[in-house]
Design a protein around this ligand. Structure first.
Ligand SMILES: Cc1ncc(COP(=O)(O)O)c(C=O)c1O
Length: 461
């Protein structure tokens, strides 16, 4: 519906004529394009503070002149180009349908760690957004608490306590635009008054490296072995870890290492940043609680809905000790005034009504099937590859036999439609060749064929 800018001079009189003249000029000048729908007469009358009859008169005049067309039930629109005075058929509102092709803007997706977005719960999300738009008061759409909508912080705190054994209260939970923004904000605050040396796992998510540096951290790589981060080799003022499912190796931080990590943090008044990026998808092991639940005064927990729902929602959270949480809120208030509120209310509703849990249960079953099919096919066709990190998450870590070329394996996998990434660029310390392969978008019935294709292309003889 066009938002019209119409100026009228009340002193002059002939208001209907003035409105008609303004609209006529706008149509002639191209500011109102053919086919543009005009506001309902009642709405425009309210906007202009005139009686509805005046607007009706103006519209009727322009219909008579052929500038506008009007149909019962379809409202009034600027005469479309292809019509000799007859309006185009009004479009019927359709149910949301997935757009399979990428839209006009560049599309950066298809990471091995991305979920199957074809399973995004469109209908239920739409219902949540509809619920929000029909129930929240208008004031809720104003600038709000830069730390996030209170209802969402309340729901999320309950969810994280229940599912991740986190020790979190709504006031210590800040809503952010994903783990990425959460880490940026935390590091921004921690490095404000000093040079911050941040230990990072090696190998690590190389995509995060630029944002960590940009936020002011000097990175200190620390190797990861079969038990996770080698804590005895740690140095720095803070550490960034993925304890539940190390990225990319998939190793779970062992209980002795968890204890040693806590000790390190307490001994030097250091901060642990816990990236809990794919904790919802745990297949074979009992759930591993987050570190934050053990040491809420030392650990900052970062998570998001990127794996559970969609990365494009850019919705995440940071649970931090009270002072740091407050500093993050302040920083957010100074930097960009917070995250979009309609999505926050929608997620709160989705959590409260059980939609989030239900979706996770369904996806966990589906992803487990896909993972099992991929792992079985690899064991059958390419037994020389060591498959690791399969207990959780949406990717597996494939350690390749010595001498294999990571880039070549990734290239072939991608031509077969399998999402893969080389591990080489993710490490500073040397290690065996390895690739990360995502299974979230590889349907179980296609896994065997894909792996056979990989085998044939790797050994053409
Ligand atoms: C290691 C790691 N952390 C975090 C994330 C999620 O980031 P965000 O929540 O900003 O989408 C990802 C996404 O792939 C990841 O691989």
């Amino acid at each position: 519906m066009a938002d019209l800018h119409i100026q009228i001079d009340r002193e002059k009189g002939g208001i209907a004529g003035q409105i008609a003249a303004e609209l006529r000029d706008s149509i002639r000048g191209g500011r109102l394009a053919p086919g543009t729908r005009l506001p309902a007469t009642r709405d425009l009358a309210t906007d202009l503070q005139v009686s509805r009859g005046v607007v009706v008169e103006a519209y009727e005049q322009l219909v008579a002149e052929g500038f506008l067309v009007s149909r019962v039930g379809a409202g009034t629109q600027v005469t479309p180009k292809n019509s000799a005075g007859t309006a185009r058929r009004p479009k019927v509102a359709a149910r949301p349908r997935p757009v399979r092709r990428a839209l006009g803007s560049p599309y950066y997706g298809h990471r091995p760690t991305s979920p199957d977005l074809g399973h995004f719960p469109r209908e239920r999300w739409l219902a949540a957004v509809r619920h929000v738009l029909t129930t929240v008061p208008s004031d809720a759409l104003d600038y709000g608490d830069p730390g996030g909508v209170a209802e969402l912080r309340e729901e999320l705190a309950g969810y994280l306590r229940r599912v991740r054994a986190a020790d979190v209260r709504p006031e210590n939970l800040m809503i952010v635009g994903g783990v990425a923004q959460g880490l940026s904000l935390v590091l921004h605050v921690l490095s404000q008054h000093r040079a911050l040396r941040l230990a990072v796992e090696d190998p690590t998510s190389h995509r995060q490296v630029p944002l960590l540096r940009r936020a002011g951290a000097h990175l200190v790589p620390v190797p990861v072995d079969e038990e996770g981060l080698e804590v005895r080799r740690l140095s720095g003022d803070a550490v960034l870890v993925t304890p539940a499912h190390q990225f990319p190796t998939g190793v779970v931080l062992s209980p002795p290492r968890r204890a040693a990590l806590m000790e390190w943090a307490y001994a030097g008044n250091r901060t642990i940043l816990e990236d809990d990026y794919d904790a919802e998808f745990r297949f074979d092991r009992d759930p591993v609680g987050c570190l934050q639940g053990l040491a809420p005064d030392r650990v900052v927990l970062c998570g998001s809905v990127s794996k559970a729902l969609a990365p494009g929602l850019r919705l995440g959270w940071v649970a931090a000790p009270p002072d740091l949480a407050e500093a993050i809120r302040r920083a957010r208030g100074e930097l960009d005034l917070g995250s979009p509120v309609i999505e926050q209310y929608a997620l709160a509703h989705f959590l409260r009504t059980g939609g989030y849990d239900k979706h996770l249960r369904r996806m966990r079953r589906e992803y487990r099937r896909r993972r099992d099919a991929l792992v079985a096919a690899l064991a059958e066709e390419l037994p020389k590859i060591q498959v690791k990190g399969i207990d959780a998450g949406l990717h597996v870590y494939l350690e390749l036999p010595g001498g294999w070329d990571e880039q070549e394996v990734v290239r072939i996998a991608q031509t077969l439609g399998v999402s893969a990434e080389p591990v080489g660029p993710m490490r500073e310390f040397p290690g065996p060749p390895a690739v990360v392969v995502g299974f979230a978008r590889l349907p179980a019935h296609k896994a065997a064929e894909a792996v056979r294709g990989l085998k044939v292309r790797l050994s053409p003889a």
